[in-house]
Ligand binder design. Structure first.
Ligand code: UDP
Length: 379
């Protein structure tokens, strides 16, 4: 058995979801060849206070957006990132080396922007290991330069723009693979009829269904948007229902579950069966999270974007709008109005966007990525 170590960190839900997607396909296709483990390298193999970074991510991108914007802009400037990465590399050296000594991997896969430079440097120069290192980029369009390291064996990306940026960062074409985002294999399985799925989820089978999510952490003004949507759909007499998925934001789940709503509303916490909820819906309202966008495309769901994390999610807005698979507004009354039109006079447009979305989905991406990695290990 060859040992594969996936490096991720829980900053948002996307990196863990991507790591799990890869693990799922390794287990499905190569259970007899690879033993795959995943670790939160940042949280468990760096010293304090660096190990607190993942925990503060949500606060940073919601309550201290200006600081996050500054950090993001700084991460685009090589003259700033070079010395910072070198300094961080020195601070984490001992703890991080422990991970590679403990796991003795034959291959390392990173699904996190902060896990190229320090790990690669330590693996090569501190530990003298010559194992292949692979990056799977989990952002869609706005890719920070720190995602790219010319020392990787392969770098998987999900858009033409990401390919261009990889080239600019010094990667050769034979290192770059354009496959799509690593989405859980459950999204590639055939699903049943929408009405049957709604019944299975105890929803009204006949009502048009909007799915409202705020990433894995339930981020953004999800509650306010939900209220505006419900009131507008009720006022316009739409035969509709709303599903709100609060992710790991338990406080939000409790608050919304205790409220009275003018249309049928279902409130869920962190769901494990996102493919079912998406397949049962007619559109999704979400912040511009790359994972949710890629999943919605696979499910043929039009996407109404309600906001974005500055930096890494910015490019996802024109990606959705310019490709005619959805719309964007950060005003809750406008979001509600758009949705009401989609569920009213613009149902034909909604259907068209759904068809376009489906044509852009890459349900096989995770399989392609894992097959390529398996091939790499045959050499
Ligand atoms: N997700 C999930 N269950 C939930 C909420 C979210 O499985 O209850 C998954 C969602 O399907 C997607 C990921 O979490 O795969 C969110 O990733 P995205 O890139 O959209 O946003 P992030 O949370 O990383 O900011």
């Amino acid at each position: 058995m060859q040992r594969v170590l996936i490096l991720m960190s829980d900053t948002g839900g996307g990196h863990r979801a991507s790591a799990q997607a890869l693990m799922g396909v390794f287990a499905e296709r190569y259970a007899d060849r690879f033993d795959v483990q995943m670790i939160d390298l940042w949280r468990h193999y760096t010293p304090w206070p660096i190990n607190q970074v993942p925990k503060s991510y949500r606060t940073l991108v919601t309550d201290a957006v200006w600081l996050w914007k500054m950090a993001w802009r700084a991460s685009e400037k090589e003259f700033l990132t070079e010395p910072s990465l070198r300094l961080v590399g020195r601070l984490v050296r001992k703890a991080m080396c422990r991970a590679f000594i403990e796991y003795q991997p034959d291959l390392v896969i990173s699904v996190h922007p902060l896990m190229q430079h320090a790990p690669l440097h330590l693996i090569r120069h501190q530990l003298g290991m010559t194992i292949p290192f692979v990056t799977v980029v989990t952002d869609l369009v706005s890719i920070a330069p720190i995602w790219y390291h010319p020392g990787v064996a392969l770098c998987f990306v999900a858009s033409e723009e990401a390919v261009r940026r990889a080239r600019r960062a010094g990667l050769r074409d034979d290192q770059i693979r354009l496959c799509g985002l690593p989405i859980r294999p459950a999204f590639s399985r055939p699903v049943g009829e929408k009405t049957d799925l709604r019944l299975a989820l105890s929803l009204d089978a006949d009502r048009l269904t909007a799915l409202l999510v705020g990433g894995g952490e339930g981020m953004g003004p999800v509650g306010d948007i939900a209220r505006s949507i419900a009131e507008r759909l009720a006022a316009d007499g739409r035969h509709a229902q709303l599903v709100i998925i609060c992710g790991r934001n338990e406080e939000l789940r409790q608050k919304l579950a205790a409220q009275r709503w003018p249309i049928p509303v279902r409130v869920e916490g962190f769901v494990q069966n996102m493919p079912d909820w998406m397949a049962a819906s007619d559109c999704v309202v979400t912040k511009a999270g790359p994972g949710t966008i890629a999943e919605a495309l696979i499910c043929g769901l039009p996407i109404l974007l309600s906001g974005f994390v500055p930096g890494q999610e910015e490019g996802n807005v024109p990606f959705v709008v310019d490709n005619d698979v959805g719309a964007y507004s950060n005003k809750r009354t406008e979001i509600a109005a758009i949705l009401s039109r989609w569920f009213g006079p613009e149902q034909a447009k909604l259907a068209q966007m759904g068809v376009k979305a489906k044509s852009m989905g890459r349900p096989q991406a995770t399989f392609e990525i894992v097959d390529e990695i398996a091939k790499l290990m045959e050499k």
